[in-house]
Design a protein around this ligand. Sequence first.
Ligand code: MG
Length: 387
Amino acid sequence: MHVTAIIAAGGSGTRAGGGIPKQFVQLGDGRTILERSVAAFIEHDRISEVVVALLPETPVDLGRAIASGRLRTAIGGARRQDSVANAFDAVSPASEVVLVHDAARPFVSHEVISRAIDAAAAHGAAIVALPVTDTVKQVTMEDGRRVIAGTVPRESIFLAQTPQAFQRAVLAAAVSLGRGGAEATDEAALAELAGYPVHIVEGDADNVKITTAADLERARARALPAAIARIGTGYDLHCLVEGRSLIIGGVEIPFERGALGHSDADVACHAATDAVLGAACLGDIGGHFPDTDPRWKGVSSIELLRQAVALIRKEGYEVANVDVTIILERPKIAPYLPRIRDGLAGALEIAVDCVSVKGKTNEGVDAVGRGEAIAAHAVALLTGNHF
Ligand code: MG
C-alpha cells in the first residue's frame, strides 16, 4: 500500500521562543523540531513519501531527508488547511492513504503512525487521540467570572493529536470542502463536515505538540543524548625468553630476557587494548590486528592501542580512565612506571592521571612466579553520549 505523510510546517508562531517559528528551533540533539518530525515518517517502513508544506523562503535544512528521494516540499499557506491543500496537490497519484501530521509533534512514535495507517485503511478516516483522565467541566461566564455549568462525562471526550489519516478520496473531499470556503482547525473536522465517519485510535501522551516556551524546554531536555559509561577488561600473557627485548607499555626495560611473540609482545598494551575494545563490545586485539596481516607486522603495540582508541571513538566513545596491573617476578618495574604511564596516556589520548599502572609479583607461584612468563590485567572505562 502506497502511503504519503503530509507534514504541515507552514506555521509562523514564535510563541515557543527564540524569535523563529518553533518548527525550526533546534532540540538538544542538534536537529530541529521539523527534522525530527520528518525523520519519524521518512524512517517508517510503511511510509512511501513525505510532503512538507513550508512557508516560502523559510531557512530549512532537510538535506538528509531530501537525499533519501522520498521527500518533497509544497508551499505553506496562511492557514493550516491551506498548507495541507497545497501539499495534497503534490501527493503521488499512487497514494491510497494520506496522513497529515503537525510539524510541532516531533516525538510521534512508530506504533502511533502504524495505528493511524491501519485505521484509515480499514475505516476511511481516523485520528489518533487521547482519552481524558481529569474530570471535565463545562464553564460559563457570570458577572465576568467563570462558573461551572455542568460536568461533562469524560468518556465522551478525546483530545485530538496527529497524525490524522485518510483514504485518498476522503481527504480529497475534505480539501475540496475547505477550498470551497469551509474553515476548520484540523482535517478531521473537514472530513466530518464532508459526511465521513472519523474513527479514533489510541494516541500517545509523549506525542506532545510543542506550543509554549515551557513545552520547548521539556522537549529540549527529552531530546538530550543520555550520558553513558561502559567498562571493559583485558588480560594478556607472554613467555619470557632469551634473545628478546622486554617492552612494557612501549618502554624498553633492560633485562636478560624478553617477551616472546610475533609483535613486540607488550602485555600492558595488549591488555589495555582488549579492555578498550571490550568496553565498546568491539571484539579483541587478535580480531582487529591479526599477526598474519602484514600491516601489523613489526608495528609497536602502542600503535595498536592508538588504533583501538580510534575505533571506539568512531562509535561515539572516549576513554575515561584505564587501570593496568603487570605481573612479573623480575625485574622490578617500579622505576619505569612513570614512563609506562606516559606512553599509555599518549596512545589513549588522555591525561596521565587517568592512567594507572601497578607492578606485582606472583610470589614464586606458577609460570609467572618462576619467571617464565609475564602477564597483565587491564580495566578501561569509556564514556559517551547515545540517543
Ligand atoms: Mg599479547
